[in-house]
Every structure is written in structure tokens, then in C-alpha cells.
Write a protein that binds this ligand. Sequence first.
Ligand code: URA
Length: 209
Amino acid sequence: MQGLTIVTHPLVQHKLSLIRDKERSTNGFRRMVREIAMLLAYEVTRDLPMTTKRIETPLEAMDAPMIDGKKLVLAPILRAGIALAEGMLELIPAARVAHVGIYRDHDTLEAIEYFFKSPQDMADRQVIVTDPMLATGNSAIAAIERLKARGAKDIRFVCLLAAPEGVEALRKAHPDVPIWTAALDRQLNEKGYICPGLGDAGDRIYGTR
Ligand code: URA
């Protein structure tokens, strides 16, 4: 599907299978979400523009490759997106962070915003929105609308698992926002959970159930 990248790297797929297992401990789940996030960060930043800088190695001068251009902002959708963003920050420690507090109403599955804080100069930055689960797409669509209203123009979305329904909804609402995921699962169930999925990502990361 256009605009959708499934990261099929064996390390990602293996770790994802480990965290799908309902017997995985909170500690193991959280640690591996962060590890997968690092691997996803590697993929989603693969095409960052490069420049060169003149440096001196201990032996001689060289034009060394460096990342050029826009500064990155990670935009986790609270709360589960934080674990993904933290993993990515291990690889991109200079990134800024925009927090987007959105929860989905359990009955209507609609996205409700309760917190938003981002850097001022969003138009000049590349924004990577993180949420482990792209289910109905409602939260992702609302978060991206909010970031665009704040000026963001260059936005990517990263998740662990996506449902076909969520991918379709997000691509329709924001065709300019490409998606990276570790897997595209079968479908949503009647409660809006991804199947086979991994359950409630927030509860499993923070041990709240
Ligand atoms: N959010 C979750 O945490 N899990 C799902 O399966 C769907 C949405």
C-alpha cells in the first residue's frame, strides 16, 4: 500500500512476537518496545538529507558526512506513545519532544484531547508522531490535525502494529503523512482492538491492568 512501510527486519519481527505473548512481563514488554523503537527510528530516518563537514581525524582532514537540514521533533501520543519516543530518543538524543495528550473514548472510540505542548517552530522541523497501535486511526488523525494547526508540514507516523482500517483512515485523512509499522495485522474487533494484536499497549507498558 502506498505510504505504508512495514519494517520486516528479523530483529523487529522477533521482538514483536516476544511482546505479543500475553505471558510477557511488564518489564520485558517495556524494554522490548524501546528496543523496537530504536530499530524503527533507524528505518524512519533512513532518507534524512545529508551534508558534509570538514573535520580533522588524527591522520588527516576529510569531508565527513553529517545529517543536514530540519531538526527532528518526536511527537508521542500519550500515554503509550511515550515508550516509543523514549526508545527513539536513545538514537536521536538531540530531538525535541511534542506531547499530544489524546485518549479514545471507550464507548464511541473517538479521540479526546486533554494536553498539547510542542516547540514553537514546528514548520521548520520534521515531526515523527509515535503511537504503538494504529487501530481506528482516530487518535492519530486528531493528533496530526493538531500538529498541522501548530504549523507542522513534514510529518511521519510510526507505530508497532497497524490495523488495515486504521491505515486506510489515516491515509485518507492525511495522505501527506507516510506510515512506518512493524506489522499490519488482520483487523479490528468490535471493541476497536487490533487482532491478533498485543492487547492494550498502554496497560502492558505501564502494568496498569
Ligand atoms: N490500542 C491498544 O492499546 N491496543 C489495541 O489493540 C488498539 C488500540
